[in-house]
Write a protein that binds this ligand. Structure first.
Ligand code: PLP
Length: 402
């Protein structure tokens, strides 16, 4: 899964270019930087590799989501429909712009269930935000149709699905805007970084200003820039962008290894008829950063997790159902609206309502799901060992419970 596994000379070279000039900031200092513009170069590479009109780098993926929402005009009191299975950053970003996260069920794609989205629409709904979890995607045609019908914004949280595609287009480039994270464990890392991708010149221009205190970036003199609106500082540094630039050039290698290793390990799990796999929507191309698989019942899944732990092979296998970061069942801070600064009354009421919301349809899926992270550096021997041990554990548990 993560690009950090193949960190090396290429990254050091790009970072050294920046260290040579000492201009660590992405804007200004045109003379002393001697033509070194790593953030600009990375933005250009992103538009080319992923096929989008515009790319605005940010300090991290959470900031990318916040920026995208602000640029799309999502703000106070607007409802954003999102899945109950995601990383906490998704709802953090919604709250940060004053909007209201409306969490709904997922289906066996492990992302938004279209019928649950439809049922959650109110006059306050402004945006549908699918989160393409673990490398694969939501049913984007179905969601696009809903958004078109109700004139809603489609914002893709593609932070975890760099390299995945749907009907020939890169995830993150299909909605009105989409985001990637380049944090340390993502498919491309900058150490910390993120990007807003869009085909709208206006959304791009707003994102550009918003991430740099509202600067219009029109003049050559930063000090003379005007501020058409209020922004924040969500800038990426040249050092971080330099790492990303080396990484994006290796993306083809990362994805090739990921697909090969995923396929080889999956072949072991496919030997067991009781094991089923995450649904990839028709026309979807999984980035293969994980294998997400299901057992027939929650009890069997818990027994397999316990047995894998017992045998010391649980590392890299995620049972999200009981994980504190990724699933609604454990987000007490969200459901209790525990914040440091006051939320708006509407936000607070919406969060407290989550305590009574029925997520049994999601529970029925998440309680049976294990996601196995795919390493880029596994040897064939390691995959065989891993595959054989996993199969043995699953068979043992199935036998004991038959
Ligand atoms: C990683 C991630 C983010 C946020 O990224 P950071 O760069 O860590 O802020 C947002 N959404 C999802 C689904 C993620 O996995």
């Amino acid at each position: 899964m993560p690009g950090f596994e193949l960190f090396g000379a290429e990254e050091r070279k790009e970072v050294n270019d920046v260290l040579e000039t000492g201009i660590l900031m992405r804007y200004g200092f045109d003379g002393p930087r001697q033509g070194i513009w790593k953030a600009k170069e990375l933005e250009q590479a992103i538009t080319e590799v992923f096929g989008c009109g515009y790319a605005q780098l940010t300090a991290n993926g959470t900031a990318a989501l916040t920026t995208a929402m602000a640029a799309l005009g999502i703000g106070a009191g607007d409802e954003v429909i999102m899945p109950g299975f995601t990383f906490v950053a998704s709802f953090e970003a919604v709250l940060s712009v004053g909007a209201v996260p409306v969490l709904v069920d997922i289906d066996e794609t492990l992302t938004l269930k279209p019928s649950a989205v439809r049922a959650a629409i109110t006059p306050k709904t402004k945006c549908v935000m699918p989160v393409h979890m673990c490398g694969s995607m939501a049913d984007l045609d179905a969601l696009k149709q809903i958004c078109d019908e109700h004139q809603l914004i489609l914002l893709e949280d593609a932070c975890q699905s760099i390299g995945g595609a749907y009907k020939g287009k890169s995830l993150g480039t299909i909605g009105h805007a989409g985001t990637f994270s380049f944090d340390f464990v993502k498919t491309i890392t900058c150490a910390e970084g993120g990007v807003v991708m869009t085909n709208s010149e206006e959304v791009y221009r707003k994102s550009d200003g918003y991430t740099d205190h509202g600067h219009d970036h029109l003049g050559v003199d930063r000090g003379a820039d005007l501020h058409p609106f209020i922004g924040y500082n969500y800038r990426i540094s040249e050092l971080h962008a330099a790492v990303g630039l080396a990484q994006i050039r290796k993306l083809g290698t990362f994805l090739g290894l990921q697909k090969k290793n995923n396929k080889a390990l999956r072949a072991y799990l496919e030997q067991i008829p009781e094991v089923s796999f995450r649904v990839v929507p028709e026309g979807g191309d999984d980035s293969c950063s994980f294998i997400s698989w299901f057992l027939p019942t929650e009890a069997l899944t818990k027994a397999v997790v316990a047995e894998m732990k017992e045998q010391g092979i649980l590392a890299g296998n995620f049972y999200w159902f009981v994980n504190n970061w990724h699933y609604i069942s454990k987000w007490d801070h969200l459901k209790n609206a525990t914040t440091l600064n006051a939320l708006s009354d509407v936000q607070k009421a919406a969060l407290l309502k989550l305590r009574e919301t029925d997520f049994s349809a999601s529970d029925a899926i998440m309680s049976r799901c294990i996601s196995t992270a795919i390493s880029l550096v596994w040897t064939d021997e390691q995959i065989r060992d891993k595959g054989e041990k996993m199969v043995a554990v699953i068979k043992k548990v199935l036998q004991a419970n038959s």
